[in-house]
Every structure is written in structure tokens, then in C-alpha cells.
Design a protein around this ligand. Structure first.
Ligand SMILES: [Zn+2]
Length: 318
């Protein structure tokens, strides 16, 4: 049997259930929705989780589409899935867990006697640690962002090459290969020997069909490449950024972008203008370095110093 929480599947079976991660303020049990697919044949174990950030719903859309398509009779190995990781944030459609005002993806590997987020991190890290590879499905929150995959362990990590390969196999077309902050699953799990990446499935409010489809394709690419499913996949070359420049607003006002998501920018090229309420230009912001226009705020109005956009830099192809 393969089990995760109350989901338990014999070879050739799929089951769904709940994984306990703590208790709510009223004392009721908090338990994440989970699924287990136990393939008819032996093979590797894949871990997938979605909604680590509670407003990032495209990953839940991916899980919803992928799981009904999985026939355990056709699968070698096991797939462990947490459909909604950040339970508390998901309930209120916010990014961070409102109980402890924490981003779950800064709490790994977690602590099963710690804060609400640390308890979720501990329970989901425990599941991820059982896997041979892991996917932590994210998106650029509610900003606009290209579809890309993040390798967060850092180039000197012993599993860097494996993580980079996994990112290429997932195959969004773009990879950000830059060591992430402490507490990310994609940093902590490689330390535990599990190649892990963050597919970042665009950015939107609610669901974006194109981004969800990119995620579904990515999961099936992984399932085929790592021999969970029959079929061959030849990974396509990916555009990789090794740096990430973030731009803030030098003045308050309204932002007009001069470049489109995914387009190449050169150093000195205008990225955006800040105009006043009456349409007069206050500031023009240019790119410090060449790169790819990666992420942009959704709302046009900004305060001075507020986040506006990001450019992936130090671009190559692998
Ligand atoms: Zn996220």
C-alpha cells in the first residue's frame, strides 16, 4: 500500500483523502486534500503540491485536470499529491497564511510543533521527502508573469544538475536558475536528496487556461521522461535567466509599460513610464541590463517605491 494521510492505494489503485496538519482556532482538525496514485508496476515516486501560496490557483487547476487522467494500471511508480498546501490562505484567497502572517514557502522544512505554517511545511515536507522528484506548483501571484520554472537550490548544490534537468523536462520554455531564499521547498528538499523545482505558471487572478495547460503538459512531460508513463519526451532547449532585476516606481502615479511580457529588452531600453493622473510624464524607467521582460504588476497605480516589474538577466540557452 501507498498512503498519504487517509488516502491509501494498493498497486493499481488511486485514492483521495486528507492529511492532518494541525487544528484551527475552534479546535477543529485542519487537513489538506491529498491524492495517492499507486501504479500497477514498480517505479519512482513523484511528489506534487499546489497552492503553497493561497492566491495561486493555477496549480490547483493543473491537479484537477491531471488526476482524473491518471490510470494507475498504466503507471509505474507512485504519485503523491497535495491539492491545496496553504489551507488557511486558500480559504480567504490570500497569498500568506492569515493565522501567522507567513508565506508557507519560507517555512520549509517546517516543524510539527511550530506555527500553523511550520506544521503544514513539516507535513508536506515529510511527503516530499519520500519522493524521487518533486514539483511545487506556483505562479507569479496575481501579477502578470511568463510561464517559467525556478531552480532554487543554487548552482553549487550537489543536486543542481538534476534540478536543472527537471526544469528542462517540465518545459515551460523559460527557467530562472537562481538560489532562492531560505525556507523554500525547492531549497530544502534538494538538501534532503530530492530534486525539486517550482514551476511558475504565469500569473493571474483566478485561473488562466493557457497557464494551466502549460502546467498539465509539464506534469505529463515529467511522467513520461521519468518513466511513470510510457512514451518518450525529448526536452526542448530552455531560455535560462541566472539573474533577476526588480524595478520599483521612482514616483507615485500610473504605470504604462513600453515592453510586453516575454520580450527581449536591451540595457537602456525604456521599460515603463509613470504619468500623473492627467497624463503628463513624471518618470521614465529604463533597463539596467539586457534580459527578458519577466513579470509586471497588474494594477496601474503605484506609490513611490512600490514594485513595478522584473527582468530576467544573464540569459543563455541550455
Ligand atoms: Zn508562489
Amino acid at each position: 500500500m501507498t498512503s498519504l494521510g487517509t488516502a491509501s492505494a494498493a498497486p493499481g489503485e488511486l485514492d483521495t483523502g486528507r492529511l492532518e496538519v494541525g487544528e484551527a482556532r475552534d479546535g477543529s482538525t485542519i487537513a489538506l486534500p491529498v491524492a495517492v496514485v499507486n501504479g500497477a508496476r514498480d517505479g519512482k515516486t513523484l511528489y506534487i503540491q499546489a497552492a503553497s501560496d493561497g492566491d495561486e490557483l493555477n496549480g490547483v487547476g493543473v491537479v484537477q485536470r491531471v488526476v482524473p487522467q491518471l490510470d494507475p494500471a498504466d503507471i509505474a511508480g507512485s504519485i503523491l499529491i497535495v491539492g491545496v498546501a496553504n489551507y488557511y490562505a486558500f480559504q480567504v484567497a490570500e497569498h500568506r497564511n492569515p493565522i501567522d502572517d507567513t508565506k508557507l514557502n519560507r517555512a520549509y522544512p517546517g516543524d510539527d510543533t511550530g506555527t500553523a505554517s511550520e506544521r503544514i511545511a513539516a507535513a508536506t515536507f515529510d511527503a516530499a521527502s519520500r519522493a524521487d522528484i518533486a514539483l511545487d506548483l506556483h505562479q507569479g501571484s496575481t501579477s502578470q508573469m511568463i510561464e517559467e520554472v525556478r531552480v532554487r537550490c543554487g548552482t553549487r548544490h550537489r543536486l543542481h544538475d538534476e534540478c536543472l534537468e527537471l526544469a528542462k523536462v517540465f518545459g515551460c520554455g523559460y527557467v530562472l536558475d537562481q538560489k532562492g531564499p531560505d525556507g523554500q521547498l525547492a531549497r530544502a528538499a534538494p538538501d534532503d536528496g530530492v530534486p525539486t523545482v517550482d514551476p511558475e505558471l504565469g500569473g493571474c487572478v483566478g485561473w488562466d487556461e493557457n497557464s494551466i495547460q502549460a502546467g498539465v503538459d509539464g506534469v505529463f512531460n515529467v511522467l513520461q521522461y521519468y518513466d511513470f508513463l510510457d512514451g518518450r519526451v525529448a526536452p526542448r532547449p530552455q531560455t535560462r535567466a541566472s539573474g533577476f532585476d526588480q524595478y520599483g516606481a521612482p514616483a507615485g502615479g500610473l504605470v504604462t509599460f513600453e515592453v510586453e511580457l516575454g520580450s527581449r529588452v536591451s540595457a537602456g531600453q525604456t521599460l515603463f513610464e509613470v504619468t500623473d493622473v492627467f497624463g503628463f510624464t513624471k518618470e521614465t524607467v529604463t533597463a539596467d541590463s539586457a534580459g527578458v521582460f519577466w513579470r509586471a504588476r497588474r494594477l496601474p497605480h503605484v506609490a513611490a517605491g512600490e514594485y513595478v516589474c522584473s527582468v530576467g538577466t544573464d540569459i543563455d540557452t541550455y
